[in-house]
Design a protein around this ligand. Sequence first.
Ligand code: SF4
Length: 323
Amino acid sequence: MIKKNKNNKLSPDLIIDFFITGRCDMKCPFCYGADNPIDNQNIKEINSQEVFLYKPSIETINITGLNESRPELTFDQITKLLITFAELGLKKINIGGGEPLLRKDTPEIIKIANNLDISVYLSTNGTYLSTRYKEIKDNIKVLGLPLDGSNKKMNNLMGRASYMIDNVKSILVYLDKEKPDHKIKIGTIVSKINIDDIENIGVLLYETPGISHPDIWRIYQFEKIERGENNAKRYEIDDQKFWSVINHLKKRFPQANIAPRANSDHNNAYFFVSPDGMLQLVDNKHRSILDTNNANKEDIYETITKFQKTIKKTINNREWTIK
Ligand code: SF4
């Protein structure tokens, strides 16, 4: 059992998933990223700054007592929270969304985390990377990109935007020449639709000249949570099929660092911070447990350390990320 630390320090191996925006250029049918933002026409302007609003969940309403939409955290609020996390001893963070590079200030947020000695794993769909990579490359430890099919047709069938595969491929070609200091992680969701194409993705990633071979290939079993719940019939595969794909890939690509994530690894295995600042757990949905906007360092420490099993699972689940 993980013991609470006398100095109120979190384990340096813990990773928090910080969803700094819920906005995204894609609408993947299996997305369980940040809570849904309210449509763009509901964007408010406050002090001549654009503010993006989020629908509060039932738990959020129970915690805040307010049945109101909540704005995305500002740059100052994110900075304050990162400082608190650093004071609690957090050493690793996943910055994701939505699509995190849709925020103009994301490179600065990443830099602040890095300056606070928090290693950043950036989880992006790659759409905006060609214009923004230079701003972030020196301050990240892992760059995570998705790839769910070896060709455009399969990526489309999986529900990704049609431009995604060409984009991800061109990023991998660029990174092969660039030889970055950070690691590259490719995430693939295995479903009923693409199960027979997973080996071809491996060929693309590990046997294609001129393409940067990822340091980690993270392979996820499709999961029916959040948006995936409505699309389970089309995508769901059972554990036995998932593990047989993994066992085959491990033999077929012995050079690859394959990190499988079955559904049983996912349940209650993450601490999320939503774009509006709610600390959340995730089982079959995101469950808000604390409003970090109104919490001090001790509140955050006490809340996280109440969930010892989640801490343990989070650490095990992210062994592949940042050493
Ligand atoms: S790209 Fe990622 S965050 Fe955006 S909809 Fe797809 S899964 Fe969700």
